[in-house]
Every structure is written in structure tokens, then in C-alpha cells.
Design a protein around this ligand. Structure first.
Ligand code: ATP
Ligand code: MG
Length: 356
């Protein structure tokens, strides 16, 4: 029997997927899906951190995110796409794991701090906002995943997950203190210590040129954008180029000019890229307009087959059927882990069977 590695990753239903998802995580999922046991989570409980007052929107966005993932090339026969709120083991493990993490450790997570600030939560964030980071450790460990394809912003969450897994295995499974991460399973630990698998582009900047491209920040190019919308969005990118003096060099640093990160990432032809960079830097008869056109065309070429695939899933019922099938598979996998975890942690009494 072949041993297939488990992969778990996911998205929050806060809006449609964007090209940052593609380069940061989804492209990798598509590459991995046929050779691994893949589970892709729609983190709808997590969406309540910022939108608890919009249950209808979250509900619909679950379908949208699944539809976008299918459009991007996730194969529902190969991978399970499932709903967090319908897999009870995730909430149960969150409760248990929250006891294994010092409160201050959770609050030190730099991604959490960033999100609290960027998502305008000030001091009024819910208790559940920081709790979501613990929930994410449960999402991953419930599948005993070995690898988690994510963007750069998720690495601190993965570190937290690895800490929980180590602590659990040592506390309840007799794994020795000095055990190497890779030996935890063979030494009797319930959980493998998972690795973050960061895509080649760990952080695609948004069209605002400042923040990470995010569903909830209004700075994204979405899979559902029409070719015209893509052109319009790219056209709006501010590069500072307009105000430069004739002798100023053009900024081709992708950190400071989003257009050049997009050029790097989405235009394939190396000699075109080198030529554009060179001419732009020297101010040699090339303006933003030409680069923008090149970038918009490349992004549209990437999105075209996705737009096409998306048409096959226009019907919500079809998407829901994919989600139902994926959720049933996720319940099976996580109930197994949960019963192992309950047994060793003293919380298990009666075996149970769950089905949908
Ligand atoms: P939200 O604004 O609600 O947080 P998001 O756009 O950040 O939404 P998530 O659902 O939080 O999207 O992230 C899903 C996955 O996509 C994660 O692995 C995340 O790291 C990755 N990802 C999201 N945005 C980017 C980006 N701009 N560049 C690279 N990876 C990204
Ligand atoms: Mg995010």
C-alpha cells in the first residue's frame, strides 16, 4: 500500500479568491492534488472574526470560494473541499488545544497583530479573534497533515501549530522532550509536526501597492474579474512614475512598485521582462502605460481558462454537492484523529459515529 502524505490548507470566506491566492497557495494545491491526500478547508467560522453580523454573506461566500477554487483547477475527485463549521472535531480540538498554549504566546503572533490593526478592529476585537489562531492549529492537526501550502503571512500560524503538536505529543503520548520533529510519529505521537510549504511568491502586494493583496482590503484582482476590470484595476496602480523628473530613474524594485512584482510573477518571457526593466529604469521611452498593458494581458491570459472552468459550476447546487462530498471525507479523517487524541488525553469515554 502506498503511503500518501496529507495536505491541509484553506481560505476564509470573506470574498472571492484572487491572484494572490493563486501564486501563494492554490497553484501549489493544484500541483499536489493528484499525488497527495488533499483537504481544502473553507474556514467559515474563522470569517466570524470580522463579519459576525453578516451570516448571509459568509454563507454565500463559502459557495463563492469553493466555486473559485474549482475554477482555478482544484479537482473535486482528487481533493476534498469542505466546510469548517460542519466538521465538529475541529471545534472540539480547538477547545483542548487552547489549554496547551499560554495566552501571551497566542497574542505575540505577528500575523494576528497585523490583522487586528489592518482589519480595523482597534480594541474592540472579539475573544474569538485571537482564538482563531488556535482554531487554525486544530484545523491542521485534525488531519494529521504533513505539509501546509500557504502564503508567507501564515508562517507564524504554522509555528504555533508545530508548538501545539510537540506539546501534545510530549504531554500525552510520551514522546521524549528532545525528540526531533521528524521522529514524533514513530515515537508514538498522535500528530506529525507539519511543515509550511510557502509558494514561490509568498506575498503578492495588492493594487494599493502597500498591503498584502487581500480579499477583505479591496485591493485584489479576483478570478471573477472580467478582462476589462483587470485592465482597469491595473491601470489604477500608482507608481509615482508620473511625478518624476526626466533624470530620475524609474523604480523597478518590486517592493516599491507593485507593477514590477506583477511583471516578475505573471509575465513568463524572460527577455521581455529584462528589456522592460532596463528601459523603464533608464527612462527610455517607456511609461507606466506600456508596462501596465503587458501585465494586464498576462493576468488575463492566466485567468481565461479559470473563467472558462468557472462556467461549469455556475449552479450553486453543483458546488454544494462538491462541498457535501468533501465534508463527509473530512469528517471521516478528523473523527479518527479525534478519537486518538481523546483516548490519550483522558477525554474519551464513548465511541461515536458521525455522518452527514
Ligand atoms: P482576508 O483578507 O479575509 O484575510 P486573504 O485574502 O488574506 O483574506 P486568506 O483566506 O486569509 O485570504 O488566505 C488564504 C491563503 O492564501 C493563505 O494561505 C494565504 O497565505 C494565501 N494568500 C492570501 N493572500 C495572499 C497574497 N497576497 N500573496 C500570497 N499568498 C496569499
Ligand atoms: Mg488572510
Amino acid at each position: 500500500m502506498s503511503f500518501r502524505q496529507r495536505i491541509l490548507t484553506g481560505d476564509t470566506p470573506t470574498g472571492n479568491l484572487h491572484i494572490g491566492h493563486w501564486v501563494g497557495s492554490v497553484k501549489r494545491r493544484v500541483e499536489l492534488q493528484s499525488e497527495h491526500d488533499c483537504f481544502f478547508l473553507i474556514a467559515n467560522l474563522h470569517a466570524y472574526t470580522t463579519r459576525a453580523d453578516k451570516p448571509g454573506d459568509i454563507h454565500q461566500d463559502c459557495i463563492e470560494v469553493a466555486r473559485d477554487a474549482l475554477a482555478m483547477g482544484i479537482d473535486p475527485d482528487a481533493a476534498a473541499i469542505f466546510l469548517q463549521s460542519e466538521v465538529p472535531a475541529l471545534a472540539e480540538l480547538t477547545y483542548l488545544f487552547s489549554m496547551l498554549l499560554p495566552f501571551n504566546r497566542v497574542m505575540r503572533n505577528p500575523t494576528l497583530k497585523d490583522e487586528l490593526q489592518v482589519k480595523g478592529q482597534a480594541d474592540n476585537y472579539s475573544f474569538g479573534f485571537p482564538l482563531y489562531t488556535v482554531g487554525q492549529t486544530a484545523d491542521i492537526l485534525a488531519f494529521r497533515a504533513h505539509s501546509v501550502p500557504v502564503g508567507e503571512d501564515q508562517v507564524p500560524h504554522l509555528e504555533l501549530t508545530r508548538e501545539v503538536a510537540r506539546r501534545f505529543n510530549k504531554m500525552y503520548c510520551g514522546v521524549p522532550d528532545k525528540a526531533l520533529d521528524e521522529d514524533h510519529e514513530s515515537l508514538g505521537g498522535v500528530f506529525p509536526i507539519p511543515l509550511a510549504d510557502v509558494g514561490k511568491v509568498g506575498r503578492l502586494v495588492g493594487i494599493d501597492g502597500q498591503n498584502k493583496m487581500s480579499k477583505s482590503l479591496g485591493n485584489a484582482i479576483h478570478v471573477i474579474d472580467s478582462p476589462k476590470q483587470v485592465k482597469k484595476k491595473i491601470g489604477k496602480i500608482y507608481t509615482g512614475q508620473d511625478s518624476r523628473q526626466p533624470t530620475d530613474p524609474g523604480i523597478i524594485d518590486p517592493e516599491r512598485n507593485p507593477l514590477f512584482q506583477y511583471l516578475d510573477v505573471f509575465v513568463d518571457d524572460e527577455s521581455t521582462k529584462a528589456d522592460v526593466r532596463d528601459r523603464y529604469e533608464r527612462g527610455d521611452n517607456i511609461g507606466d502605460g506600456e508596462v501596465k498593458m503587458l501585465v494586464a494581458d498576462a493576468i488575463n491570459a492566466l485567468l481565461d481558462p479559470m473563467r472558462e472552468r468557472r462556467l461549469a459550476y455556475e449552479d450553486d447546487a453543483k458546488v454544494l454537492s462538491v462541498l457535501r462530498d468533501g465534508t463527509a471525507r473530512a469528517i471521516d479523517a478528523t473523527e479518527q484523529t479525534l478519537s486518538m487524541a481523546k483516548e490519550v488525553s483522558g477525554t474519551g469515554f464513548f465511541p461515536r459515529t458521525l455522518s452527514i
